[in-house]
Design a binder for this molecule. Sequence first.
Ligand code: HEC
Ligand code: HEC
Length: 238
Amino acid sequence: MRLLTFFILASFATVAVSSTKAPAETTPAPGALSELMTRLQLQHAKLWFAGKLSNWGLASDEIQQIDRNLETAGNLLSDRSRLAVTKDRLQAVNEAILQKDGPAFTKAYSALTNDCNGCHRTSGFASITIEVPVRPPVSNQLFVDQLTEGRALAHASCGTCHVVDDAARQTPASRPAAPSFLEIANRPSFSADDLRQFLASSHRRLGPDQAMPNPRLADYQIEAIVAYLETLKAASGR
Ligand code: HEC
Ligand code: HEC
């Protein structure tokens, strides 16, 4: 909806600008468009991995940034009206994200990518060809939704003994049940670092009767569970 409003406002703006302003009035800094496009390139790639990995929150952030960047880019283009098509493509991707619809996302993303190139061709930059990315654009950012992963993992590998989130609906098989995650996260002594260490060790200190087996998690799984427990703490602290 917001995108559509943008589009309508943008078309009005085009009419107003072309009829009143002399073209030389706002000379953009040299290279400004190129810089914006380079940012757009990164956001376009991040959007792909966020959507493919169903991280809809991140995908939505990227869409909004792309939208803002395109708006700014529009002011630097000689023919702003070409943007309307791109905004439609962007709107379709946004729709798929809101619906959390993977196949629709793939299709709409591909149409958006074709449109990047469509504008490049009509602007005299046919040599700049954008593709659906093969590898993540950076190695220092997770594109999966860590919290969703953490919650799923906790249910799958801890839920037999611990109450993972909603105490009323869960009855762990083990008797006596281990402390619930809500309780653990809200202990004054709770710290992410201790939890990391605990999950990577074999828990001898818990004693022979009640010792918890080493869950044998990989580092990224430990991080997902730590993130999940931290939100349990945050949620009840509000
Ligand atoms: C409305 C027109 C238009 C659309 C839509 C558009 N571009 Fe561009 N793009 C341009 C123009 C014009 C240039 C050349 C800028 C220059 O070099 O001055 C460009 C250049 C680029 C460059 C080269 C930047 C550099 O200097 O290295 C990249 C990368 C790029 N665009 C990515 C994208 C991506 C990704 C999309 C789609 C999400 C996209 N563009 C959509 C007009 C557009
Ligand atoms: C086979 C049963 C079992 C499974 C599976 C299990 N736990 Fe436990 N866990 C326990 C028991 C029992 C305790 C309580 C031991 C005690 O306090 O002496 C415990 C305690 C803990 C504690 C508190 C440690 C402390 O310092 O008091 C944490 C944190 C914890 N578990 C996390 C996990 C996580 C995360 C998973 C899944 C990856 C998991 N557990 C899987 C049985 C289990």
